[in-house]
Design a protein around this ligand. Sequence first.
Ligand SMILES: Nc1nc2c(ncn2[C@@H]2O[C@H](COP(=O)(O)OP(=O)(O)O)[C@@H](O)[C@H]2O)c(=O)[nH]1
Ligand SMILES: [Mg+2]
Length: 367
Amino acid sequence: MQSGGRTPTRFVVLGGYLGAGKTTLAAALGRELKAKHGRSVAIITNDQGNVLVDTEYMRDAGFDVRDVLGGCFCANFGEFVKNARTLVSMGRPDIIIAEPIGTSTAILGSVVAPLRSMYPDEFQVAPFFVVVDGTRAEETLESAGGLGLGGGKLIPVHQVREAEYVLLSKTDVLDEGQIRRAETLVHQEAPDAQVIPCSALDRRNLDRIVEIILSDQVSTKEPKEVDQRLFAVEKASMGWFNAYAKVAAEGRLDINAFLTALIRGVATSFPPEAIGHVKAMLTSPTASAKMSLVGDRMQVDGLKGGRYLTGEGKLVLNARVTASPDELKGALERALHEAARETGAQIAEMGEACFTPRPETPSMFKK
Ligand SMILES: Nc1nc2c(ncn2[C@@H]2O[C@H](COP(=O)(O)OP(=O)(O)O)[C@@H](O)[C@H]2O)c(=O)[nH]1
Ligand SMILES: [Mg+2]
């Protein structure tokens, strides 16, 4: 189908829980599509709050990025489509990869299905990919029997059930037995989905995913209507903390040491199972780095330029933790000030927000 003579833009939605590896995978796939296949890729990110580490990271990696802020794509479908159109008209990408917020529970019904039915001339929508963290598959999928009553995780289970392909991430740190067990857990929840064990780090099976993206396979799965109130308790138990600040150093600041101290401070404030995803990125004209904490795994995700920041840098911090917003804010502020004290950094012009996101009403169901 053509629109004004133009081929529809290939559209890939990469869902999945907080910290599953969506952004890292999107960047790895984007690089591969560009380097090996000469395709241009643009990105749509999405989250609560007004400054996103993911957006900074993708932009820093050289992608054309738009973000949908302050709520899930599914509740802002109009803005989502507007962003997609802006990307198309500005950069004419061959492919758009969209990453919804990690707690979204209405992507197939409120984003993927409407996009494929309402805009077939503009977008060709690939099968819905859901990324499952291979290192947390048991924690997130196995404990779900309690249906939320015993703190089970309804959100990741529901996300898996919506998938057409499940991308089982981070297999570089798993052995074959662990991968098989995780695949079995996924199959129990989504017997109709195909599971692809993969890794953005050792690049396992990235070529298989790229092949699907480059094919003309389209999303066909019919969404089931789900009562979003089911997820309300789980969503209400989480706090979101977002901050940005200027970071200055007298002399020079070791970026890695600063981020490590900050993330370690957060890690020691909460039990691992409470940590959805905490990420911090520090950028400056001479150097930038991003660090992430998912569960008890702390990881440096990108170091660019030198090790030291001289002059002034910009810090963006996003945390999603099962804790009250006040508790989270207190812990994050302490961690930040302690990291600054330890490494001789000065924090200025800090802006912060801390909240529990309101349950969203998918725009498709708004009366
Ligand atoms: N070992 C390993 N870690 C990964 C891989 N992909 C992502 N991660 C790490 O998982 C954390 C969360 O990744 P991110 O892409 O931000 O997750 P998102 O919240 O789903 O977008 C980061 O610390 C990443 O470095 C992978 O393939 N292997
Ligand atoms: Mg992300």
